[in-house]
Design a protein around this ligand. Structure first.
Ligand code: NAG
Ligand code: NAG
Ligand code: NAG
Ligand code: NAG
Ligand code: NAG
Ligand code: NAG
Ligand code: NAG
Ligand code: ZN
Length: 275
């Protein structure tokens, strides 16, 4: 058993980040020789899952096991917020955007900007977790969407704009319905499809009217980089149940467990000491 585990660890290559995908200072983007997207070495399974990410590369993934400002976290209705108008998302209509199955999640690569926390940020991609990663008043939502940004000034600062997604029988979010209609084309990890023009105007108009929970945490996937400016919409967005089932059938379970309070020892350190 141990020999088998060591054997498979020997084949784990360099860092491949899902949440940080496209941030070249974290995860240099490249296709393999066949034009497929390389699949990350970490997973949401057992020995390569979130409890053991730090051991997949104790140098590169050190913070996954030892960071003290890790995400996701428990949020509650009294957590710090920025009011409506503090966050301005601007995503022009995207033509021929790539929709990619990274194995650990599905992402859409589009251009756009965010203005928040007195800074301008450049959109790298957005992707989905099922169920949600953050929990509100202890409860998960069915999914969570992450728009990932790099600082526009060229520094290595990262921001994530997150939205809880709640299933509904009577309403949905047109942007999500448009995108998820193409999930059937990327069922195989490593595959990609091109999307027809996507119109973000109504989604961003409503996003720009929302209040956001705000805190500084980390990427929720290896290398679990800290100093990430998080903005999480206080209002969930709806998704039709049937569409949600197609998303979940593709992404399966891809949420990291909630981490310790900001500034407190990493939960794995706490468990190690007390085990
Ligand atoms: C761990 O990550 C470092 C830095 O990214 C890299 O140089 C090294 O090859 C990785 N080690 C393994 C075993 O993958
Ligand atoms: C709400 O969250 C804050 C910040 O994490 C925490 O200090 C507070 O104890 C929480 N309150 C409840 C009722 O859970
Ligand atoms: C769409 O993007 C793909 C991949 O980047 C490219 O091969 C193709 O030529 C593009 N099509 C159009 C109409 O721009
Ligand atoms: C994003 O911008 C780059 C550079 O201007 C352009 O080549 C690319 O086609 C744009 N992508 C989309 C989806 O519009
Ligand atoms: C943005 O700038 C204003 C004015 O300088 C300041 O009061 C505010 O605290 C800043 N907000 C953030 C999130 O840095
Ligand atoms: C859908 O149903 C929910 C729960 O009953 C309700 O809160 C919401 O307003 C309804 N939405 C529409 C568009 O009818
Ligand atoms: C190797 C290392 O730096 N370990 C640290 C991990 O974090 C705990 C506190 O949470 C420190 O006590 C350890 O020294
Ligand atoms: Zn994410």
């Amino acid at each position: 058993m141990i020999a088998a585990a060591l054997f498979s660890l020997a084949f784990i290559s360099s860092a491949a980040a899902s949440c940080g995908r496209g941030l070249t200072f974290i995860d240099p983007f490249q296709f393999d020789a066949e034009g497929h997207i390389p699949i990350p070495s970490f997973s949401y399974g057992t020995t390569t899952g979130p409890l053991n990410w730090h051991n997949l590369n104790t140098t590169a993934y050190f913070l996954c096991g030892n960071g003290t400002h890790q995400s996701p976290i428990l949020i509650n209705t009294t957590s710090a917020q920025v009011p409506p108008g503090s966050v301005k998302l601007n995503v022009p209509n995207a033509r021929n955007a790539s929709f990619e199955n990274l194995g650990t999640n599905v992402e859409i690569v589009v251009n756009g900007t965010l203005q928040a926390a007195n800074s301008t940020w450049k959109l790298s991609q957005f992707h989905f977790h099922t169920p949600s990663e953050h929990r509100l008043d202890l409860g998960h939502y069915e999914a969570e969407m992450h728009f990932v940004f790099a600082a526009a000034d060229g520094s290595t600062k990262v921001a994530v704009l997150g939205f809880f997604i709640q299933v509904a029988s009577n309403e949905s979010t047109p942007l999500l319905e448009t995108i998820f209609a193409h999930l059937g084309s990327i069922q195989t990890p490593g595959t990609t499809t091109q999307l027809p023009t996507i119109d973000f105007s109504s989604f961003q108009a409503s996003a720009n009217k929302m209040a956001y929970f705000q805190y500084t945490g980390s990427l929720t996937t290896p290398p679990c980089t800290e100093g990430v400016a998080w903005f999480l919409a206080t209002t969930p967005i709806p998704l039709k149940i049937d569409t949600y089932n197609v998303l979940k059938g593709t992404t399966k379970t891809n949420n990291r467990y909630t981490q310790n309070l900001l500034g407190q020892p990493n939960l794995l350190e706490v468990a190690k000491v007390n085990l």
